[in-house]
Design a protein around this ligand. Sequence first.
Ligand SMILES: O=c1ccn([C@@H]2O[C@H](COP(=O)(O)O)[C@@H](O)[C@H]2O)c(=O)[nH]1
Length: 266
Amino acid sequence: MTRKQLTEQIFSKKSYLCIGLDTDITKIPKHLQSHPDAIFEFNRQIIDATKDYCVSYKINTAFYEALGLKGWEAMEKTVNYIPATHFKIADAKRGDIGNTSAQYAKAFFETLNFDAITVAPYMGEDSIKPFLEHTDKWTILLGLTSNAGAKDFELQKSGDEYLYEKVLKTASGWGTTDNLMFVIGATQADEFTNIRKLTPGHFYLVPGVGTQGGSLKEISKKAMIDDCGILVNVSRAVIYASNGEDFADEASLIVQQYQEEMSLYL
Ligand SMILES: O=c1ccn([C@@H]2O[C@H](COP(=O)(O)O)[C@@H](O)[C@H]2O)c(=O)[nH]1
């Protein structure tokens, strides 16, 4: 999906919401747990109930990989079920020496039909290039993450510069604003103005709204650019809005509230 196609979706739906399918078999409603295809069935109902109000789905691969073959099959069925209009992200946080990264890129961009994958920057340019060589796909590089551990490395200074600043400055030269995004956690709102200055044209994938407590209003105010430039991910607060038989209806209500708020900021 091109940037233009993504932003057309954002402006026509007045939403920059990405729903995280962090589907945990132990957390889905009881009545579905014995279903022969429980993970996919849960995802299918969430997608049907929310697709009109969001522009993207993010599959956190850990929840599927943990289940072995069945989980991988559920991931494949889910990614194929997501409408073509929606931006499909594999939150896999990969990155390795070049020939290995090339296989990861093939796995998620060719064997599976994702539009984007998250990657870790730590191993440097040759570990990221194989993803960027898929020019019709997106590489989403961890910039400043939402977790407390961001302070252990990302928010450590070398000279005057935070490590995350060096990552953004260096990595922004590896790709373009049409194939490279950054993950910036919503819980790091104090840094957003600075981050936008460093990377004025890049899209950000912003997790951390909902359960982690990040402010949609604050990050929208600080990071939004002319063609929006942000995708805000919410996982648990949407998919586990209810653990009863009404889970999909409740998810839909929460998503509509996010979409209404987003329409005010766009
Ligand atoms: O910095 C990061 C990078 C990735 N994530 C992922 O986003 C979702 C957030 O889930 P919530 O339930 O909405 O908190 C999850 O898949 C994380 O692995 C992140 O939170 N922070």
